[in-house]
Ligand binder design. Structure first.
Ligand SMILES: [Zn+2]
Ligand SMILES: [Zn+2]
Length: 337
């Protein structure tokens, strides 16, 4: 397949009539590398390492790097490139929004990128603070590059760690997805914050942060700019949120000093998770104001960390109510230790 004659991928978004949830259907995703539980548990051999598609030797020929950070010796330390198995198709001119019977259907247009750091063995807990800040800097860089592209309404930045969390490769990486819709989870978070703001004239997150700082029970980490807590209403054991202490709505405006402070918080939380809880799989993601041209000054951006410690069973699926086996105060205590 030549570069200029790219096969158009199939991707479509369908909206549920009752819940308003969007689902992406993408045929590309099933071609991803297999990373089974057995494979993940096995120690990697030198042979496995040689085959890692994100290791330096193997991605020299990456056809189109979107971002490269170089070290003093001209070797790269971080790279962003298009996901080889995208859930959304970047090769678009127009977006086709149509009805299908009573349903709403949208072409799966958008951008799906992968961010890779150089060292196969060093993830955030093992990285130097400056390197973690570099990852955050790259998140911002790509966010700014994608936010004004046509049809893009929301940019999701996330990291899956471990096969139970959906990672298909061991090599440390994050993903950036620019989407034509605002995803339902973010929508709930936005409208909940807006409703609270309207009735209390205060940011709900600022109120929670203040209260957590007074109580101290669920705080895991704090520096001048950020605070990490196990939320009072955690959905899973050891759930964590990292908030800027000041009321900030737009992640893309983060300053260089704040990046260092956020890197400290992120490294601390993920190191504790790894050491104190025997290295569980987790998902880390950003919640920030959408980039659909509207103002979201009532929103307060933050990162969430969801360790994969719960399995969604009948109760959770039927009612959305989760049963959490660890009380957040105890969770925070175990993480701080
Ligand atoms: Zn690798
Ligand atoms: Zn706030």
């Amino acid at each position: 397949m030549s570069n200029n004659k790219k096969e158009k991928i199939f991707s479509q978004l369908r909206k549920d009539l009752v819940s308003g949830t969007w689902v992406i259907y993408s045929t590309e995703r099933k071609k991803r590398p297999d990373f089974s539980k057995e494979k993940a548990a096995k120690k990697e051999s030198a042979e496995d390492l040689k085959k890692c598609p994100f290791c330096k030797e193997n991605i020299l020929d990456q056809e189109k790097d979107l971002l490269v950070y170089l070290k003093k010796n001209k070797d790269w330390s971080l790279k962003v490139f298009p996901n080889k198995f995208p859930a959304l198709c970047a090769n678009y001119k127009n977006i086709n929004n149509r009805e299908h019977g009573p349903f709403e259907v949208i072409d799966g247009v958008g951008h799906h990128e992968v961010l890779v750091t150089e060292d196969h063995q060093k993830d955030i807990p093992e990285m130097e603070i400056e390197r973690v800040a570099e990852v955050i800097d790259a998140y911002q860089d790509r966010y700014l590059a994608l936010m004004n592209k046509r049809h893009i309404k929301y940019i999701s930045i996330f990291k899956n760690y471990g096969c139970e969390a959906g990672a298909s490769l061991k090599h440390p990486h994050s993903q950036i997805m620019a989407m034509p819709v605002i995803d339902p989870d973010v929508f709930r978070s936005l409208s909940g914050s807006e409703n609270y703001y309207k009735s209390h004239l205060e940011c709900v997150h600022c109120v929670m942060i203040e209260w957590e700082k007074e109580s101290g029970k669920r705080i895991i980490f704090e520096n001048e700019e950020f605070v990490a807590v196990c939320p009072f209403v955690s959905r899973v054991p050891f759930e964590m949120r990292i908030y800027p202490k000041r009321h900030l709505s737009y992640f893309e405006r983060i300053t260089d000093e704040q990046k260092i402070k956020l890197a400290e918080a992120m490294k601390f939380c993920l190191s504790k998770l790894k050491k104190n809880l025997n290295d569980p799989a987790y998902n880390l993601f950003l919640h920030t104001a959408p980039c659909n041209g509207q103002a979201y000054d009532h929103y307060h951006w933050h990162f969430e960390i969801f360790p994969k410690t719960n399995i969604w069973a009948g109760l959770e699926l039927s009612t959305g109510i989760e049963v959490c086996s660890v009380i957040p105060e105890r969770g925070a205590e175990m993480l701080r230790e």
